[in-house]
Write a protein that binds this ligand. Structure first.
Ligand code: PMP
Length: 351
């Protein structure tokens, strides 16, 4: 700890992202990346940008991407905000959209970046326990709050909350911003963007890191009422007027425009998830129902930390969270069929 650190910096507890190992022979199923790679049309759009335009500043408003998102979801571009990964979009949300003086509410098992942002921006929060099937129980959120946030499907459980339940939450909290973090929605859920025209307190965030296979490009977005989007633009423009570079705007817009590739690769991931689920159940695992590109599973006879270490010895990396209620679970990303087979083979050898 440096003597130059302020008490504020000393008190920060930063988020620790999943490991990005240098060894390429590992079967990497630890950070929910997409095994299929980005749309070829997105790659071509980025190459064209690289060849011709990097001398110029990007469009500070990312209009081309906003239009592509708006067309895809049948909303207006002024209902769309774009940022450098959904983590950055979420940072702006935490910075300015929640009321202070009342706690922000989120589930007790959820994306572990939320408490980190609360620490950074001085937001009080309360966690609400998931039920015994690891589901969000919306009735438990009927208490004073300065906002509500949860991923749908939830992370790292993969469990989906129905749109009707989200509507109940929105109706019960008309004075709070409710943020639905849809990082994994394209693998089996229905987007709450369908509700934004009816609920001015709803903000939906998404990422291009998972279903559009562009984790390395760092693009995320939010869709909601124009007033919420304008608030995010004000925050963003007080921080960095160019959150997205030219390559990111071009590649992300083209990825949204290439529906056929997106739909086909999502279907492949979903089919693999179901196949891995059945195979792991046959090996004695309990697997939570997942609507994401990962599964969350535990084995009644094997300790999760030991399993993760054993898998690593066999060249397969998965994620194990050493946290209370979930410390006997493994979160395993769905990979390409040969990666999934390597996982199953390794589990058979360990068990
Ligand atoms: N929300 C959730 C629930 C996530 O799991 C992730 C990925 N770690 C993100 C947001 C952030 O995604 P990105 O910054 O890559 O867009």
């Amino acid at each position: 700890m440096s003597k130059f650190w302020s008490p504020f910096v000393k008190a920060l507890v930063p988020y620790v992202p999943g490991e990005q190992p240098k060894l390429t022979n590992l079967v990497k199923l630890n950070t929910n990346e997409n095994p299929y790679g980005p749309s070829p049309k997105a790659l071509a759009a980025m190459q064209a940008e690289l060849n011709d335009n990097l001398r110029l500043y990007p469009d500070p408003n990312g209009e081309r991407l906003k239009r592509a998102v708006a067309d895809y979801y049948h909303v207006r571009p002024e209902q769309v905000f774009v940022g450098n990964g959904s983590d950055e979009v979420l940072a702006h949300v935490f910075h300015g959209l929640f009321q202070h003086g009342k706690p922000l509410l989120f589930p007790d098992v959820t994306y572990s970046f939320y408490p980190v942002y609360c620490g950074l921006y001085g937001i009080d929060y309360e966690t609400i326990a998931l039920d015994d099937r690891f589901q969000i129980e919306v009735a438990d959120y009927a208490r004073p709050n300065g906002g509500i946030i949860f991923p749908n499907p939830n992370a790292p459980t993969g469990c989906l909350l129905a749109l009707e339940a989200i509507e109940q939450l929105l109706q019960a909290n008309p004075d709070s911003v409710v943020v639905v973090d849809e990082a994994y929605i394209d693998f089996g859920g229905e987007s709450a963007i369908a509700l934004v025209d009816r609920y001015p307190n709803l903000l939906v965030t998404q990422t291009l890191s998972k279903s559009r296979s562009l984790a390395g490009l760092r693009v995320g977005l939010a869709v909601g009422h124009p007033d919420l989007i304008e608030a995010l633009e004000r925050i963003k423009n007080s921080f960095n007027s160019y959150p997205l570079d030219r390559i990111a705007i071009a590649g992300a817009a083209a990825a949204f425009e290439d529906r056929a590739y997106f739909e086909q690769t999502c279907q492949q991931v979903i089919a693999s998830r179901e196949a891995v689920t059945v195979a792991m159940q046959a090996l004695g695992f309990e697997v939570l129902p997942s609507a994401a590109n990962f599964i969350f599973a535990r084995h009644p006879q094997h300790d999760a930390a030991a399993l993760a270490a054993g898998l690593r010895e066999h060249g397969v990396i998965v994620r194990h969270f050493k946290m209370g209620r979930i410390d006997q679970f493994l979160r395993i990303s769905v990979g390409a069929p040969e990666q999934n087979q390597a996982l199953l083979d390794a589990l058979k050898r360990i068990g």
